[in-house]
Design a protein around this ligand. Structure first.
Ligand SMILES: [Zn+2]
Length: 441
């Protein structure tokens, strides 16, 4: 662990050297690389689009409800209220409009066989009943068969291999759809309201604050359900890849949830450090950012800052709640947290490819960690210099990043698109504002 003074400093020529307190990643920002202001204007490569309702631009669009595996749940809006419909029948798909849908990922990172063969995992009673119900209807069976055939075709299987699949083969393959641990939460819109150009995609920041809150709440409900149906899961990794340079296969807003049987290296390292210094997230992140003028937004429940020591420009949002895990946050705490995550996405606009990564205390850890989200801009590519030296060049320094975000936040707040936050110098920046260390477990 570096001391605070070695973690972040500016050299006489303006080079900023940073070391991430959790990963040890060494990053330099060299002056004179020039920063471009954020714009939502269509780029030169954008083309005029034809608006179609229902949207049918990709497999996540509303017209393609049947192009993905059977839906686990959907969130619908009714008279201004949101309601979760779970395990609906295939024939009911078109009876409502899904604001968000929770569906299995066709190609799992951690597969059903991984759980089955390594842990002896079986379908829970609830999931088995749901599977039986779907496969007992003609529409359900046809849907499942079609998606499995699609998956096999994409995996390079021959038409002959596909045509010989028996009903039993289909039922066996289908376990991954009904009990797998890699899921997607897909938004309703492909393009944002009033879209004219191919670049007018509906990002997290194009949602309303309420929609964004419901998106997080629905994602958290999915995490809970994954834990409830697979007792071998030790961590559910949650992330969002926005646009192709960030690894997204479709330009259609979605989050991913991947259940794993360990905590993953990043969380393990954080747990170790937090065990040694229980106040590390205040001391090395939020207090430090406050003293360095890197906090750009705050409310009673969360704080947002330009984070240090990342190979990509990175915005961080930390929950201030004494409740640790996403599902332990009260409605108000989650609302406040969501407001800041939404504001970050809105401020950066919909044209910056990014990864949103969630970090939280594993449910089988006693150590206390606050819920936090990192939003990493995929605007630069580490090259040979980085590979050889392990010194990463991030073209946008944390203060530059803050200066790009802050004017956009004022503008968006003036227009009423974001709310529930204080901006830049308005932020109270009280020391030790993260209260996670007061948590009971
Ligand atoms: Zn789409």
């Amino acid at each position: 662990m570096y001391g605070l003074s070695r973690m972040y400093y500016e050299m006489p020529d303006g080079t900023i050297k940073q070391v991430n307190p959790f990963t040890g990643t060494e990053v330099w920002t060299v002056p004179g690389r020039g920063k471009k202001p954020i714009t939502n204007r269509p780029p030169a490569t954008a083309t005029k689009i034809e608006r179609r309702e229902p949207e049918n631009y990709c497999n996540f669009c509303r017209s393609s409800y049947l192009n993905v595996p059977p839906e686990k749940a959907r969130l619908v809006a009714k008279d201004g209220r949101y309601e979760i419909l779970s395990n609906i029948e295939t024939r009911e798909y078109l009876n409502s409009v899904a604001e968000f849908r929770r569906v299995p990922n066709l190609f799992e990172i951690v597969t059903m066989d991984y759980w089955r063969l390594n842990h002896g995992y079986k379908l829970s009673v609830k999931n088995q009943q749901w599977k039986d119900r779907i496969l007992s209807s003609t529409e359900g069976r046809d849907h499942v068969r079609r998606v499995i055939e699609l998956k096999m075709r994409l995996s390079g299987k021959t038409e002959q291999e596909i045509s010989t699949l028996s009903d039993k083969d289909i039922a066996d393959h289908a376990d991954a759809f009904f009990a797998g641990g890699h899921e997607l939460v897909i938004g309703r819109r492909h393009y944002r309201d009033g879209a004219e150009y191919s670049s007018d995609l509906c990002s997290s920041g194009c949602l309303t604050a309420q929609e964004h809150f419901e998106y997080l709440r629905f994602t958290i409900a999915a995490m809970n359900d994954i834990y409830a149906n697979n007792r071998y899961v030790r961590y559910v990794s949650v992330f969002q890849n926005w646009l192709a340079p960030a690894g997204a296969s479709f330009d259609h807003l979605h989050k991913q949830l991947v259940a794993i049987d360990e905590w993953g290296a990043s969380v393990e390292t954080e747990v170790e450090l937090a065990r040694k210094n229980p106040n590390i997230y205040n001391e090395f992140v939020v207090n430090f950012a406050a003293y360095s003028n890197l906090v750009f937004a705050e409310n009673d429940y969360a704080v947002a800052l330009a984070d240090i020591g990342h190979r990509y420009p990175t915005l961080a949002v930390y929950s201030k709640a004494a409740n640790l895990r996403p599902w332990e946050l009260t409605g108000e705490e989650l609302w406040g947290f969501s407001c800041l995550v939404h504001a970050c996405h809105a401020a950066m606009g919909n044209q910056i490819a990014c990864n949103e990564e969630w970090y939280y205390a594993p449910r089988d850890a006693l150590v206390k960690m606050p819920l936090h989200v990192l939003i990493k801009w995929r605007t630069n590519n580490p090259a040979g210099f980085e590979g050889g030296t392990k010194i990463y060049i991030n073209p946008i320094s944390p203060p530059d990043l803050r200066d790009m975000i802050v004017p956009r936040l004022y503008e968006l707040r003036d227009h009423g698109h974001i709310g529930g936050l204080k901006i830049a110098e308005e932020c109270p920046c009280e020391p030790n504002s993260l209260r996670y260390y007061l948590a009971k477990s």
